[in-house]
Design a protein around this ligand. Sequence first.
Ligand code: PLP
Length: 407
Amino acid sequence: MSTFDAEKIRMDFPILQLKINGKPLVYFDNAATTQKPQAVIDSLIKYYSEINSNVHRGVHFLSEKATNAYEAARKTVQKFINASKPEEIVFVRGTTEGINLVSNTYGLKNLKEGDEIIVSTLEHHSNIVPWQMLCERTGAKLKIIPINKKGEIIFDEFKILVTDKTKFVSVAYISNSLGTINPVKKIIDYAHSNNIPVMLDGAQAVQHTKIDVRDLDCDFFAFSGHKIYGPTGIGVLYGKEKFLEAMPPYQGGGDMIKNVSFEKTTYNDLPYKFEAGTPNIAGSIGLAAALNYVSDLGIDNVAKYEHELLDYGTKKMLEIEDMRIIGTADEKASVISFLVGKTHPYDVGTLLDQLGIAVRTGVHCTEPLMNFFKIPGTVRASLAFYNTKDEIDLLVKAVQRAQTMLL
Ligand code: PLP
């Protein structure tokens, strides 16, 4: 048993004290976005009331203060994911922008007709569509790693897909729809033994498990601030320096240049080469506050507690008649995706909402994955460290009630 005090932690999250439809909010939509602790909210208020200024431009007091806070946030991210240097941390809008940045720069520069990119069946649309767009522009082809009925990547099939045509691999660390933890280290090692770079979509990983990009040895890693208790509109692209250095810029504008003339523009050093225009300064500071908050809790404690909650929730949900859990991987994190009897996910979700329980319904931006299971979607309860076993009991009761109402 972990000694994690979720009840105490909940007090740090003002929104969790809300009532929805007259019932205390039970928030199980954490894979879509997480709630924010007071420390993050305070950091935004402090930024706008005491620091607000543009970065890297002014010599005045506030500009220097904002620049220092922005660069300190970068170092906090660097430490959190154990990158070698702050230069390897590029602030972006989120995972989606991180993946688009890599496909538009590394991808366009290095891929050509006949080359192949590998993703898996369980990817979020944002780790499918940017690569499809790249394929359209270059003539490269997308190859898909199959999964088994439990929702696990079939590693041997991945190995078969890797050929001398393979030029890039991009996979999710953890599936947002199923919670499957993919064997990313094995994938990276195998790809590297064939000289193929690997990008990890870390959107559902940073908040649930310790990330050490050097130990993983991934070449790129993207995540979103809002999924790890930070603000929306800020995220991170980590890239190994040797790759980032060789990549052309993504967008042009202020800050990403060294000198501009009508004849020739020279680009700035890393990471600024990839940060055109005024960045999300407040967001980066809020993200750093979120990472510090999670570090104070201890990501290993978080992982242990969430795992207990997942085991408890899975067991309780399976006590419901006609319950089918979609995604039963041996290695799983924080997601219970389910279908109950012949009910439609939307109907279940709507009834749960009336009881103050927030879940997500639908395809969860993973339409190919839902097609694989031949289902219209699922009801997804995604857990965070502020959820409790009592809330799971409420969910179970509410699903049972929905089931009788929808018969
Ligand atoms: N990848 C995965 C696995 C996700 O779960 C999500 C969001 O749900 C994304 C990518 C996209 O993240 P964002 O919308 O924050 O860019």
